[in-house]
Write a protein that binds this ligand. Structure first.
Ligand SMILES: *Cc1c(COP(=O)(O)O)cnc(C)c1O
Length: 482
């Protein structure tokens, strides 16, 4: 059996004998708890963990010797800890980094929490094709090679009113690809009021320079007229760009030409007009108080190309959708970069299923839309029932109060529109709001609870908590407040 290597000669004899008492790696691997662990976690991982833990023990013993607190009993105590330390080390390495969380913040498209949760139909479609072969690029009727975007293009075209549509990795990729296709080495005219930063470093001017297009800014931050675009057009111009100011609003003394005006200018000057819609609604949500541009409206206004995200208001997987006139979409798809920015089969499966829900007008199947459409009375009823169910399992010191507040769409959409909601505010003498928020977030549970703090109280918004998650949220609260 391989022994732990003998310690170097300059170590005091007393310590040396104690270090020798440490069991060998092989001995440890035969201990029942670790042998069992090796069956599930694999021998190499456990062996490595045993080595690491032994090395740490040796270092601790040496340090105890230096500070003269080495009592003989400590060696055996430490050895008994080996099992649990190895198990903890292996578990830490096997724990997934990407974890489910309960989003009680009321921010529906929370970019840090994965934006849109997928519909049950989209999840089922992923499960159906993920572990199997599929006709991703294969035409079953002819037995010939097919194209992967045919699975979603007709549905996207139908739902958006465009002639044709393709899908890339995200909307940032879509912006990049459109600019690169039409305006590499040439000029793109855009209003100074639309040179936006979306977040996480996505800035229109940066994307433009990376795409090889040259920015031709016109107008001012608050006012740009069609004349400004007109004057900037030269033989170097290849594209007129319009960007939806997704995450901010300019109000007051403002002016911006309509898409129709821009399209008319494009027709007069034979330049394509591209509108980056950002979120882009496939369904009109104005009845729910959401005034985001509807994709169909831009296509009907005859924009040459529009692009928008798959995982913002559409409520599907991360993707960038490029829709528009056939000749322009074809040019984009022939760009070699399209191949580099293409989506995988999981995205296609989820997107197709999400679009099918739109086709059936089954909007409540899509979690993001269902959350947006949830009324304040509905949330109040759920919150009231939730507190009622909790009372029995809570200490006297914890009090819950319902208070009116707002949920937000998030994901860089609709900054000025908030959805009235009912919040559950938690009052407890035992912890500060910050301490309770941290407890909910870091408790050793299957799903951490992410809450927000308002006026020095932890508040929960059930709008973004699904009814199936409520028992788990209740258990997390009961444990945190106990
Ligand atoms: C969100 C957004 C983008 C980026 O879209 P992603 O899908 O997040 O890459 C680009 N342009 C606008 C106007 C946006 O709102």
């Amino acid at each position: 059996m391989a022994r732990v290597p003998a310690p170097p000669a300059n170590i005091p004899p007393d310590l040396r004998s104690r270090l020798r008492e440490l069991p060998s790696v092989d001995e440890l691997l035969t201990r029942p708890a670790l042998a069992k662990l090796a069956l599930s976690a694999g021998r190499p991982l456990v062996t490595n963990a045993v080595r690491t833990v032994l090395a740490a023990l040796r270092a601790e013993l040496t340090q105890q010797e230096a500070s003269q607190e080495l009592a003989h009993s400590r060696v055996s105590v430490a050895v008994d800890e080996v099992d649990s330390r190895v198990i903890a080390a292996v578990e830490a390495q096997l724990a997934p980094s990407l974890r489910r969380v309960i989003n009680a913040t009321g921010v529906i498209l929370h970019t840090n929490l994965g934006r849109a949760p997928l519909s049950a139909q989209a999840v089922a479609a992923i499960a159906e094709s993920a572990g199997r072969y599929s006709n991703l690029e294969y035409e079953i009727a002819t037995g010939q090679r097919g194209k992967r975007d045919t699975h979603t293009s007709h549905l996207l075209a139908k739902l958006s009113g465009a002639e044709s549509a393709i899908v890339v990795n995200n909307n940032a990729a879509a912006v990049f690809l459109v600019l690169n296709t039409f305006a590499k080495g040439a000029e793109v005219v855009v209003s100074r009021g639309e040179l936006i930063e979306i977040g996480d470093g996505f800035r229109i001017p940066d994307i433009m320079s990376e795409s090889g297009a040259i920015l031709r800014e016109v107008g001012t931050t608050n006012r740009t007229r069609i004349r400004d675009y007109e004057r900037a057009i030269s033989e170097h111009t290849r594209l007129l760009l319009r960007v939806h100011p997704s995450n901010f609003r300019i109000t007051g003394f403002t002016e911006r030409p309509s898409l129709e005006d821009l399209v008319a200018l494009g027709q007069r000057t034979q330049l394509p007009v591209y509108e980056d819609l950002g979120s882009g609604c496939l369904a009109d949500l104005s009845a729910n108080g959401i005034a985001e541009p509807v994709v169909r409206a831009s296509c009907e206004a005859r924009a040459s190309i529009v692009s928008f995200s798959g995982d913002k208001l559409l409520g599907g997987p991360q993707a960038g959708i490029i829709a528009g006139k056939k000749e322009f979409v074809e040019r984009i798809r022939r760009n070699p970069l399209f191949r580099a920015l293409r989506v995988d089969k999981l995205t296609i499966a989820a997107l197709e299923a999400t679009l099918q829900s739109y086709q059936r007008a089954a909007f409540d199947e899509i979690p993001a839309l269902r959350m947006i459409r949830m009324s304040q009375p509905e949330i109040r009823a759920r919150a009231t029932q939730f507190i009622e169910n909790l009372r029995a399992s809570l200490p006297q010191s914890a009090r819950f109060e319902l208070q009116e507040g707002f949920s937000v769409i998030g994901g860089g959409s609709t900054p000025d529109q908030q959805l009235p909601t009912v919040l559950i505010a938690i009052a407890t003498q035992n912890y500060s709001a910050a301490a309770l928020e941290e407890k909910l977030r870091t408790a050793k549970r299957a799903a951490p609870v992410i809450a927000r703090i308002e006026n020095d109280r932890v508040v929960l918004d059930l709008r973004t908590v699904s009814p199936e998650e409520e028992p788990e949220l209740a258990a997390a609260l009961a444990a945190a407040l106990a």
